[in-house]
Design a protein around this ligand. Structure first.
Ligand code: UD1
Ligand code: CA
Length: 464
């Protein structure tokens, strides 16, 4: 077996195609599975393989693709006109050669779920037999649009023929073994054939797959490494396949969490993103979605019909129909039912954001309660505050946003408007129905509403 170090490998992702079959203007690799773009998955997997370098060939909508990955230190290579997968490789070739890597992994950008195990299997079999190139193949009952792997009588791989070009007379009966679009090339061997690709085929494109027959004609060793019917290697060409792959991924994530000890009720309707961390013991009931960089602590309960994104749930309870985005909910806090927490919200220990409450960019102090029908925006609320039903912080004057400060143990009566900027001092009380426009000193009672008059003799209903 040949020595193999991951630092001898450069990886290339082919992501320039338009993805016509997706019927959408968005570049195909930006279509999402559980809220993360296809390309994100491949970049994650390749970065974990610790290769020397990873490049992405972009073309259709390349600006959008590059924008979507601003922090990744990946190098994008532009394929201005998309003349085929082989052409994409040719465009990248000078850059690949300059890395001086001995091996090149090529992955189609529309096969997002390829795993590290798949790649390791390919690498180990190619280096075991000292092949010049290898591809991962699948055995499918319905080979559909995939390129067919063609072997000779001795079982040696001779070609990959695209389904549109496949002719049983010429290529023999269809074996169901297809090309997954994941390849490993020995760079020195590839150098000898890469410039010989032509576009003499049904689609008049330069196919990367022609390299297999070119290699075989020059007595190079091309192998195919079968991954059986491994669902991870299925490509995504249309919306149906996108949803099927997402469904497969969803189920894998849930299997992992359940085996680690997370309680997942109504499993078929729970969707948890690939980056979300859920601790064993957490209790989640579907339908429910939890995405992004979310964290769900070990004694957190998430009830049905909740949507959580990029939020931290630290042993709290989220009641049904709540929507939580970029918020941090601390130990013992209660949220919902029907609460909406928008970015920048912190619900501190033991605090409550109840029914039909919207909170944005605000912190709700320990044991404070916003129980019903309120809007709290740009507010710093200290501990043990009670906010009456229907209270609104008027944080926006049409031009700017202003801060409301509510000190500890304040009691705000129902249906109060707090017109920001305003500060309510410690232990003060606001009379129900007030419109508060001035700061309230500590330990005082503020009432700002018209005094009620009872004019009995003028009761218009008197003669009815
Ligand atoms: C390709 C393979 C096929 C294989 C299948 C596996 C070829 C000719 N065929 O077919 O054998 O069974 O994948 O899923 O390679 N791309 C570019 N530049 C281009 C054209 C395509 O970067 O000019 C990218 C696409 O964005 C895509 C990938 O290459 O991510 C594959 O292209 P696609 O058109 O989807 O190839 P398939 O027809 O699926
Ligand atoms: Ca494809």
């Amino acid at each position: 077996m040949e020595q193999f170090s991951s630092k001898d490998v450069t990886a290339l992702i082919l992501a320039a195609g338009k993805g016509t079959r997706m019927k959408s203007d968005r570049p195909k690799v930006l279509h999402k599975l559980l809220k993360k773009p296809m390309l994100w998955y491949l970049l994650q997997t390749l970065s974990r393989m610790d290769f020397l370098k990873t490049f992405v060939v972009t073309g259709h909508g390349h600006g959008l693709v590059e924008e979507a990955f601003p922090d990744e230190n990946n190098d994008f290579i532009l394929q201005d006109r998309q003349l085929g997968t082989g052409h994409a490789l040719q465009i990248a070739w000078p850059i690949i050669e300059a890395t001086q890597a001995r091996w090149l992994v090529v992955a189609n950008g529309d096969t997002p779920l390829v795993s590290q195990d798949n790649l390791r299997q390919l690498i180990s079999e190619v280096s075991n037999v000292r092949a010049d190139l290898g591809l991962l193949s699948l055995n499918l009952d319905n080979p559909d649009d995939y390129g067919r792997v063609v072997r000779d009588r001795l079982g040696h791989v001779r070609a990959v023929i695209e389904s549109k070009d496949y002719d049983e007379q010429l290529h023999g009966p269809d074996s169901g073994e297809v090309n997954s679009g994941i390849y490993l090339f020995r760079v020195s061997s590839l150098a000898r054939i890469i410039h010989e690709l032509d576009d003499h085929n049904r689609q008049q494109e330069f196919y990367i797959t022609q390299l297999i027959s070119l290699a075989s004609e020059r007595n190079m060793r091309a192998i195919s490494v079968s991954a059986g019917n491994c669902p991870e290697l299925l490509g995504i060409n249309n919306p149906r396949q996108l949803v099927e792959q997402e469904e497969y991924l969803r189920s894998m994530i849930l299997d992992r969490l359940i085996s680690q000890g997370v309680i997942i009720r109504n499993r078929d309707q729970v969707r948890i993103g690939p980056k979300t961390v859920v601790e064993p013991g957490a209790d989640i009931t579907g339908p429910c979605e939890i995405y992004g960089d979310s964290f769900v602590g070990k004694s957190t309960v998430v009830n049905s019909y909740c949507y959580i994104e990029d939020s931290s749930l630290n042993n709290c309870e989220i009641f049904s129909f709540s929507h939580v985005h970029r918020s941090d909910i601390k130990e013992g806090a209660k949220v919902g039912p029907f609460a909406r927490l928008r970015p920048g919200t912190v619900i501190h220990e033991g605090a409550k954001a109840g029914n039909f409450v919207e909170i944005k960019n605000s912190s709700i102090g320990k044991y404070s309660k916003v129980s019903h029908l309120s809007y709290i925006g740009d507010t710093r609320m200290d501990s043990e505050v009670n906010i009456g039903a229907g209270t609104i912080t008027c944080n926006y004057d049409g031009k700017n946003k202003h801060v409301t400060t509510i000190e500890k143990k304040v009691f705000v009566g129902s249906n109060t408007s707090l017109v920001a900027p305003v500060r309510i001092g410690e232990r003060s009380m606001i009379g129900a129905g007030s419109t508060i426009t001035l700061d309230v000193p500590q330990e005082s009672l503020a009432i700002a509403r018209a005094r009620q008059k009872n004019l009995i003799s003028k009761n218009p209903l008197k003669n009815n």
